[in-house]
Design a protein around this ligand. Sequence first.
Ligand code: ADP
Length: 247
Amino acid sequence: MNAVDIVDFKKEYRGGTVAVNGLSLSIKQGEFFGLLGPNGAGKSTTIHCITGIASITSGSIQVYGIDVVADYREARKKIGLSPQDFNVDIFSKVWQILDYNAGYFGVPKEKRATRIEELLERFDLTSHRNKAFQHLSGGLKRRVMLARALVHDPDLIILDEPTAGVDVEMRHDLWRYLRELNELGKTVILTSHYLDEVELLCDRIGIINNGKIVALGDKGEFIKEGDRLEQTYMKITKGEKWSGSTA
Ligand code: ADP
């Protein structure tokens, strides 16, 4: 069973914008997958449809074999989402943010406290547990987002620009956390504008442009002949022909 199976997925917004147009993509369990593409390519729309935030116009999406539309709640439990925007109550304390999400995802009350302690420790947030979100630095906010995404122990973690606005040192810490999660067997989907980050972390990469996959392959295929991922990415998004696969 794959972690994600997207088959001929199309999303047309009200008003007629076709954001994703016939996208098919499978992501294996345990993969660290990089989803790239220029602004407006359809990355967020795809993530929103995987997580049930937006509706699918046609096609299908399954997460660990569960249909994200027909069985929304079960599919959503499999996913931990660290969104690009800080969609939290900024006045809430760190532990409250984790506790709220644990409740939302039905983590039993007796397990919640232990789980929250574990996550605070793993992300070096213990000393910040009683601070309001609004008073944290950018790097700490990102760590809280990650911890929150994991509170219900999901198998698939979706990270939408997880290091945006984070200084260099904190980015290195975040990379270490992300690697550890993947080593624990979690499937990771990462979108990032930092291509060095994608090159460092991801096993496989897909590039979307105009709502379609225009390149898909193991990282090695993108960094052949001494090219960096960034160079290959620029060529592909400028329309140069990709010699690898697109499906
Ligand atoms: P990306 O995440 O790759 O930058 P998006 O998925 O946000 O791309 O956007 C893909 C296309 O869909 C863009 O043309 C964008 O303007 C459009 N779009 C995104 N969200 C909405 C929405 N809620 N309503 C209408 N159009 C949208």
